[in-house]
Write a protein of this length. Structure first.
Length: 158
């Protein structure tokens, strides 16, 4: 059996609506996996508007792109001193690899690269949330050195 080498890619900030349109199909794959009941209602226009608002709060999407296509996406928000540690934290989310490229180590590479971005922004800690129902993600993040430190609990009060 021949081992497939992962494609070479660069990690770029998503800064324009055209770039967002390029990453949207990959983000939609994540929505289908994590919340299939709402994935159909996601539109490019609605998602772009949400991203524009998030950018104003130190959130950036990064696309993993080969010379010809987007193969992954990850988001990073820089939060100033969320736990009174005196240092900003990086909050990682929306990590997804295009379905055809999963299992090649690309997710690990993307995670390593976004952690380097967080370090450049003076973060000493990065955090992320993974759905408890997604055992595969939990294992992936634990292998990458993440550990559970608490139970993140939410309540809808609308």
């Amino acid at each position: 059996m021949t081992e497939i080498s992962p494609p070479r890619f660069e990690l770029y900030d998503v800064t324009s609506e055209d770039e967002f349109a390029d990453v949207f199909p990959v983000l939609k794959q994540l929505a289908v996996m994590e919340s299939p009941e709402t994935a159909d209602s996601l539109t490019l226009a609605k998602s772009w508007a949400q991203y524009e608002k998030a950018q104003a709060h130190d959130y950036t999407l990064y696309m993993a792109k080969t010379t010809t296509e987007v193969i992954g996406v990850v988001g990073l928000r820089i939060c100033e001193d969320p736990l009174n540690t005196g240092k900003p934290w990086g909050l990682i989310n929306n990590l997804v690899v295009e379905e055809d490229y999963r299992g090649l180590g690309i997710g690990t590479d993307i995670l390593d690269r976004v952690e380097m971005v967080a370090k450049k922004k003076k973060c000493e800690t990065v955090a992320l949330w993974s759905l408890t129902s997604n055992k595969k993600n939990k294992s992936f993040y634990e292998t990458a050195g993440y550990s559970a430190t608490s139970h993140f609990m939410i309540k809808d009060i609308s």
